[in-house]
Design a protein around this ligand. Sequence first.
Ligand SMILES: *[C@@H]1O[C@H](CO)[C@@H](O)[C@H](O)[C@H]1NC(C)=O
Ligand SMILES: *[C@@H]1O[C@H](CO)[C@@H](O)[C@H](O)[C@H]1NC(C)=O
Ligand SMILES: *[C@@H]1O[C@H](CO)[C@@H](O)[C@H](O)[C@H]1NC(C)=O
Length: 238
Amino acid sequence: MAFSLQNLLYLSICLLLLISVANAQNCSDCFVHSRASYYPNSDAQGTDNGACGFGAFGATVNGGDVSTASELYRDGVGCGACYQVGKMHQQHTDFILSEHAFSKMAQTTDAAASLRSLGVVDIEYQRISCSYPGKNITFKIDESSNYPSYLAFAIYYQQGEKDITAVQLCETQNFTCKLLQRDHGAVWTSTSPPSGPLSIRMLFSDGDYADDTWVVPVNNIPQDWKSEAIYDSGVQVS
Ligand SMILES: *[C@@H]1O[C@H](CO)[C@@H](O)[C@H](O)[C@H]1NC(C)=O
Ligand SMILES: *[C@@H]1O[C@H](CO)[C@@H](O)[C@H](O)[C@H]1NC(C)=O
Ligand SMILES: *[C@@H]1O[C@H](CO)[C@@H](O)[C@H](O)[C@H]1NC(C)=O
């Protein structure tokens, strides 16, 4: 193997599609050992067809350092989680990185070329806090939406290390809320959403129910929401 353990160059990536790490709960500081591969594609960046439903955003977030990993996907809860990945020696493939992210694990252009030629490398990874400086949590209305009868949206730019485990859609006249279904990945849906401005509340969880927190956006989704529009929540978490 051309790369030693000392040669670890860590990169932060954002998981758009991924697998669960059974032993990671009590292990804030330890790395899980696995293997990484990359998906060859023309622009060498991320994918816009991820199971998380991030759409084209998936190919641009984190400069295309996007990955997929089946066990970390956790039926969509893992979408948007951030991981730090370094290469080393051993085990099974959890991460499939964009070619761009994969090559970034090497320190020189030549090293990147030989790393790509290996196809699969051994890595270690741990979950880390996501950071999107200057961004609030943002709702992107999914193109599958059909105003006013069907609302689907994805949640972008969630900072920190928590998962969004539930989402409520509230009308803003009487504040009657309904719990939404996670359709797939980071996409939440509502058939016959209430009329009027809407408030989307998110439950943030670190796995300990006692610490679960509902975050209420400052901004509402406007009454005349539009498919593919992007709405700033006015809030961010850390
Ligand atoms: C995590 O570690 C703490 C302190 O070492 C321990 O008390 C606790 O039982 C552990 N939890 C799990 C789920 O292993
Ligand atoms: C709010 O409550 C009033 C009185 O019950 C009702 O007439 C109105 O339709 C409700 N508004 C919404 C948006 O549900
Ligand atoms: C984020 O929300 C704050 C508070 O609502 C607002 O002042 C700020 O302009 C928002 N930032 C962006 C980048 O939209």
